[in-house]
Design a binder for this molecule. Structure first.
Ligand code: SAJ
Length: 427
């Protein structure tokens, strides 16, 4: 099937890179976002997302004339829905954006069009939610137009590469739909494109992120056990991973981001009687910021009145995304326990955590600090020289929640050094 005009709904972490990649491959692309501010700033050449290479790609897409952005969709050969699916307070999926994006397509849907849902969604969303809305056009899914679910699987920080290189699963509500979806991706995806049905594709995406969540949960639980038993979890994991069939992930302050900390709940919502391990793993990871705060308290001999320089607030290294960030939670816990917490997030310097104070530079954050606490292993933080740090702060306590700092170097610079998941031998 041939396409020339593509409408991408949602100009966020997935939609914007996808729209500009398609534009750079010669398609005429309409980028749609209901947020007027996003549209205005894109038109002004501002990119609201920090992602390596994205700014250059988007600017080139605009310059070529192939990418235009609007608040509403219009007629196109294919519609790609890439809007967020957050979770509500009660951990159910919030499908409002998917519903309204789908509804907004209905007036423009024509015979022979392709509609692709890419937003991570609970199982059966394509057949039970999206298809019935689109039927409101009077056209029949799978007969008059093609309908697919094709999950995005890109890693923030590597989006542009992975968009092209990763294998892609395209689930159609029938074979013809899956084939139409493949034809569109084949124009720019270099990874393998595998066809299946829509519900399998939805489940594949949730399984991937759930698998990772459960595996991080076991690493985090090992960290807790290691502290209890006076063991260094990093050493223990490294040794266990020498076994040819073991590959334990990294412990840390918790699991954040808009994907792994959210998606497993979609299984729990749809099958609470079955998704028992999945729910438990979510609870372990959600409890990890509080565990980390307790470890920090232990290392400092109490938190009240202590002045802490907390490094990083993003949900993981080298990204600007603060959604569901465990670092934010740890900082909040420390402040709730009466520490004076000064945070520094180089990718979003004006942002702080509740009860904490944002600083613009590392030097300012360290000034007057009793302790330095690493919450996110951003590259500049990984490379910090303890002797340089010692010049800016009076205190000599360092805590590493990511297992990346070199103990010997910190101790040599005179710091009392603690790491998450390392129990003291004497305990
Ligand atoms: N984390 C750990 N220990 C680890 C690995 C990660 O504590 O060993 C933490 C991170 O610090 C972060 C969270 O887990 O807070 C998630 O980070 P991540 O790098 O594992 O994943 P995301 O959320 O950035 O991207 C994931 C990816 N999914 C998988 O690796 C299965 C990506 O491929 C997906 O496209 C993305 O979710 C998504 O959009 O669903």
């Amino acid at each position: 099937m041939e396409f020339s005009k593509i409408c991408v709904l949602g100009m966020g972490y997935i939609g914007l890179p996808t729209a500009s990649t398609l534009a750079s491959h010669g398609y005429k692309v309409l980028g749609v976002d209901v947020n007027r501010h996003v549209i205005d700033s894109l038109r002004d050449g501002e990119i609201h997302i920090q992602e390596p290479g994205l700014k250059t790609l988007v600017h080139a897409a605009f310059r070529s004339g192939n990418l235009q952005v609007f608040e509403k969709p219009n007629e196109a050969d294919a519609f790609i829905i890439a809007v967020p699916t957050p979770i509500l307070e009660d951990k159910r999926a919030d499908m409002r954006y998917v519903i309204s994006a789908t509804e907004s397509i209905v007036p423009y849907l024509r015979k022979g069009n392709l509609v692709m849902l890419e937003s991570t969604s609970p199982p059966r969303t394509t057949v039970d939610l999206v298809a019935p809305i689109l039927e409101g056009s009077g056209l029949r899914p799978g007969v008059d137009f093609y309908l697919t679910y094709s999950p995005e699987r890109v890693m923030p920080g590597r989006i542009l590469q992975e968009l092209i290189e990763n294998a892609r699963v395209v689930g159609g509500i029938n074979n013809a739909s899956a084939e139409a979806g493949r034809d569109l991706y084949a124009s720019f995806v270099r990874g393998e494109i595998l066809l299946t049905d829509a519900t399998t594709a939805e489940m594949v995406k949730l399984m991937e992120n759930t698998y990772r969540d459960v595996n991080i949960a076991i690493a985090n639980e090992f960290a807790r056990l290691a502290e209890r038993f006076g063991v260094d979890v990093w050493e223990a994991i490294a040794l266990a991973n020498l076994h040819p069939r073991i590959d334990i992930l990294r412990a840390g302050p918790g699991v954040g981001g808009h994907c792994i900390s959210v998606d497993p709940w979609f299984f729990v919502e749809k099958a609470p009687d079955l998704a028992l391990l999945i729910k438990q793993a979510r609870m372990v990871n959600d409890g990890q910021p509080s565990f980390t705060a307790a470890s920090i308290s232990h290392a400092l001999g109490g938190l009240e009145g202590r002045r802490i320089a907390a490094l990083g607030l993003a949900y993981k290294a080298d990204v600007d995304d603060l959604r569901e960030s465990p670092a934010l939670e740890v900082a909040k816990h420390l402040a709730e326990r009466r520490a004076r917490v000064f945070t520094y997030e180089p990718f979003a310097p004006s942002v702080s955590a509740p009860g904490c104070f944002a600083k613009d530079s590392l030097e300012e954050t360290l000034a007057g600090a009793d302790a330095i606490v690493l919450l996110v292993d951003h590259r500049p933080f990984r490379q910090l020289k303890p002797c340089w740090v010692a010049e800016f702060m009076p205190g000599r306590i360092a805590f590493d929640s990511r297992g990346v700092w070199d103990r010997a170097a910190w101790e040599e610079a005179g710091f009392q050094f603690s790491v998450l998941g390392v129990g003291s031998k004497g305990d």
